[in-house]
Design a protein around this ligand. Structure first.
Ligand code: ZN
Length: 109
């Protein structure tokens, strides 16, 4: 895929993720019910939302970094060993910063 296409795809995903995070954060900031039973449910929902928020924030960081690498011209090179990440891997995971070998290596630690 052309890098310009990858860039616009990543930018679109970033926008969508940021909108989702904004909604989650608005939900978390919403005032809680005065009813204590409802408060317990709301707290559970808040915990779930916080988990989602953390996952989305992680993905946002990965995508922002990938966009930066595209702009800097280093996209597609492994951030760890400098080898090419490989088209197949990038097609499956366009925000990948590491080649498959390095990704496996870092996961082990
Ligand atoms: Zn590598």
């Amino acid at each position: 895929m052309e890098q310009a296409n990858i860039r616009s795809e990543l930018a679109a995903r970033l926008e969508e993720l940021e909108a989702r995070v904004a909604r989650i954060e608005a939900d978390l900031a919403a005032p809680h019910s005065a009813d204590s039973e409802e408060q317990a449910t709301e707290r559970e929902q808040d915990d779930a939302l916080e988990g989602q928020d953390a996952l989305l924030s992680h993905e946002i960081a990965m995508i922002s970094a990938a966009l930066k690498r595209i702009d800097e011209g280093s996209y597609g090179d492994c951030a760890r060993c400098g080898e090419e990440i490989g088209e197949k891997r990038l097609a499956a995971m366009p925000e990948a910063a590491l080649c498959i070998d390095c990704a496996r290596e870092t996961q082990r630690h």
